[in-house]
Write a protein that binds this ligand. Structure first.
Ligand code: IVH
Length: 676
């Protein structure tokens, strides 16, 4: 390709990638698969590597971060980046409006815009001729830090403002926008789980995690974090008229491609804003980010600015804070959970306390390193926090509240469940119970084995599992299939009928396909997808258990860690005993598996919605057993989307890509017809 053709292709690729970025990260409605997106990016990277002179700072390839900097340089803001005054109840908000009315009688007729107050970090984004040229933190409100390279890695941040001739929106000559960068809650929880498992620092809250990510001197580290952004104000604009109202500002920003909250609303007066607050305080639970209040803003921006500023707080807006979800309480004790793999996880046993309408008596302590690092002691007053759906967690002790009676706590030397010695594996922070017949591990193992995604044994939940283990009726998963009704009757809550039903449900699970059984064994790293690969490749449990690491490495999608874990699992004597029991009990699915060469070979399916008789897992298993493939997202390479009741956006995507859909009956017909 010559340089001219390359330049044209590069510009076309950038446009396409920017379009898909915006669909994915701002509109939440992608139209291509991740794989296809990656292909575009790979092609662009290759061309830019070949023609480095064609690389520009707004290229989407620049989102990966660049070389580290020594320190951030200072950026003077074009206008003061103000803060907000707070109200903590409805009367506080009414009093605010009254004060304004006294200052300016026109406020009596004013309307308002309400927006979630995102608990993140303010960022100030500069655009010249539509190009993102500079991004800064708030700093002291006058001068911030230049974090341009880091901000560039945020996928939802537009690097170039789109020009939409239809809407008549052309990026102004100069535009400075204010927004809030934040760490999405779900990812925050996952981040802390990863950090804790790797023995690294856990973040106290999503805001700190966002701050840490944004203030990295090495922007490649920021790029590895899923920071997101919402914009809400214009700090400066040249070459176009500034919007007259807050509502128009949000619309304008949205039209230029900025991510803007879809929870903003217009209110005719303060009472309506207060009603919006009541709704928002409930919806807060479902937000993907941490919100600490509702911002109530005068819609008329000229009116708002005419009212002036008190200290750093503009009069024309107020933050009505949500009830705090951080409270302090006493740490009465530290409990220890034993996981399926034997990992010991500490948790706080607290003096029960109400946090945002929920009574909390237990909270996460992450791992024993966290306890040592924060110097958390038994009897301490500790701060705890609840955010979104995240499990409550301990932030740390209140050192000033110590009486001297607090006691340090050390990791247990023995397993709280079986009493065997605890080990710390080399290179890991976690402590393990390595006793293969530890009852706590057994309970978790049985629970997993019987769960819906595994052998799907109806009625065998954690409570009954605990009873079976306590009564020593079951010592491993193989024992389940030898259970008889009589001894079950001695357990609390069991009568003839319940015992019979349980035995029948266990019996019925013999018919589960191989893929389910492999997943149910609880081998480290072997989830639904890997289990499907193994079942398809080996076809029988006999072949799988005699596979070497080398054999396993030949299976597409399986790397050395999983290969080692599989071989290790089958080599352990207790596991071999379990397998023998299962085989004897007839839990040895082979015949049903038509792995390679099955009727659905070469077809890829996506399942969405509730099917009339098959659970989602069962539908997936049916497809996999018949050599079809199941993926989670619809793309051009999807062959069929199997649709049940209340399908999600996957159906719409299938329609937009012209991918045929099937109902459950259609799927079954396909299996039969193709098979026949
Ligand atoms: S408006 C003059 N709107 O809250 C404009 N601020 O406690 C004043 N914040 O420093 C800010 N979400 O970083 C505004 N929708 C929103 C916001 C918001 C979060 C932050 C902002 C501000 C802090 C004040």
């Amino acid at each position: 390709m010559d340089a001219k053709r390359a330049a044209a292709r590069i510009s076309q690729l950038r446009e396409e990638i920017n379009f898909h970025n915006h669909r994915y990260h701002v509109l939440d409605s992608p139209v291509i698969s991740d794989g296809e997106y990656d292909q575009l990016l790979t092609e662009l990277r290759a061309l830019e590597a070949e023609y480095p002179q064609l690389v520009t700072p707004d290229s989407p390839t620049r989102r990966v971060g660049g070389a580290p900097v020594e320190r951030f340089s200072r950026v003077e803001h074009p206008a003061p980046i103000l803060s907000l005054s707070n109200a903590f109840n409805a009367d506080g908000v009414r009093a605010w409006e009254e004060r304004l009315r006294k200052l300016e009688p026109r406020v009596a007729e004013a309307t308002y815009v309400v927006e979630p107050k995102i608990d993140g970090l303010t960022v100030v984004l500069h655009y010249e001729q539509g190009l993102f040229v500079l991004g800064a933190t708030r700093g002291d409100g006058q001068v911030g830090e230049d974090v341009t390279a880091n901000l560039r890695t945020l996928r939802s941040l537009p690097l170039r403002l789109p020009v939409d001739p239809r809407a008549g929106h052309t990026a102004p000559r100069r535009l400075v926008v204010r927004g809030e960068a934040f760490y999405p809650l779900a990812e925050f929880e996952a981040l802390n789980a990863r950090q804790a498992a790797a023995g690294e620092k856990v973040f106290v809250n999503p805001r700190n995690a966002a701050s840490g990510a944004l203030r990295q001197l090495d922007s490649r580290l920021t790029a590895a974090r899923p920071l997101d952004l919402l914009c809400y104000a214009i700090v400066a604009i040249e070459g176009a008229a500034a919007p007259a109202t807050q509502w128009q500002t949000l619309t304008y920003l949205r039209e230029l491609g900025f991510p803007v909250s879809d929870r903003a609303a217009r209110c005719a007066n303060v009472e309506e804003a207060l009603q919006a607050y009541t709704r928002a305080a409930v919806e807060r639970e479902a937000l993907p980010f941490e919100a600490d209040g509702l911002v109530i803003k005068l819609d008329d921006l000229a009116l708002a600015s005419s009212l002036g500023v008190v200290g750093k707080d503009p009069r024309g807006a107020i933050a009505y804070k949500f009830p705090a979800r951080e409270v302090s309480t006493r740490l009465n004790d530290i409990g220890v959970n034993v996981g399926r793999t034997g990992v010991l996880t500490p948790y706080a046993i607290l003096e029960p306390v109400e946090v945002g309408g929920v009574t909390v008596s237990k909270a996460t302590l992450h791992n024993f390193d966290f306890i040592a690092e924060r110097d958390i002691r038994l009897g301490d007053r500790v701060m705890i926090k609840r955010a979104g759906d995240v499990i409550p967690y301990v932030i740390g002790p209140i050192i000033d509240a110590r009486t001297g009676d607090e006691r340090r706590c050390r990791p247990p030397r023995t397993c709280p469940s079986c009493g065997e010695a605890v080990e710390q594996l080399e290179g890991e922070v976690a402590y393990y119970c390595v006793n293969a017949s530890c009852p706590a591990q057994l309970i978790r193992n049985l629970e997993h084995f019987a769960s819906r995604g595994a052998m799907d044994i109806e009625g065998l939940g954690i409570r009954i599992v605990e009873q079976l283990v306590a009564a020593k009726l079951v010592r491993d998963v193989g024992d389940l299939y030898c259970l008889r009704a009589e001894p079950l009757l001695t357990l609390e809550g069991f009568a003839e009928k319940k015992a019979q039903k349980l035995i029948e449900a266990i019996g019925a699970s013999r018919r589960q396909p191989l893929v389910r059984l492999i997943g149910a064994l609880g081998i480290r790293g072997v989830g639904e997808v890997v289990a499907a690969d193994l079942a398809a490749h080996f076809g029988t449990l006999d072949r799988l258990r005699s596979a070497t690491e080398d054999d396993l490495l030949h299976v597409a999608g399986i790397g050395p860690a999983i290969a080692e874990a599989v071989v290790d699992w089958f080599a352990r004597r207790p596991n071999r005993r379990v397998l023998e029991k299962l085989k004897k009990a007839g839990v040895w699915p082979t015949a049903e598996v038509r792995a390679a060469g099955g009727p659905l070979e070469g077809l890829t399916f996506v399942v969405t919605g509730t099917l009339p008789s098959l659970s989602r897992e069962a539908a997936k298993a049916l497809i996999v057993e018949n050599a079809g493939k199941v993926t989670d997202s619809v793309s051009k390479s999807t062959s069929y989307v199997v649709v049940g009741e209340a399908p999600g956006s996957k159906l719409e995507k299938a329609k937009s890509l012209g991918i045929p859909t099937l109902d459950e009956a259609g799927l079954r017909t396909l299996v039969r017809r193709a098979g026949g």
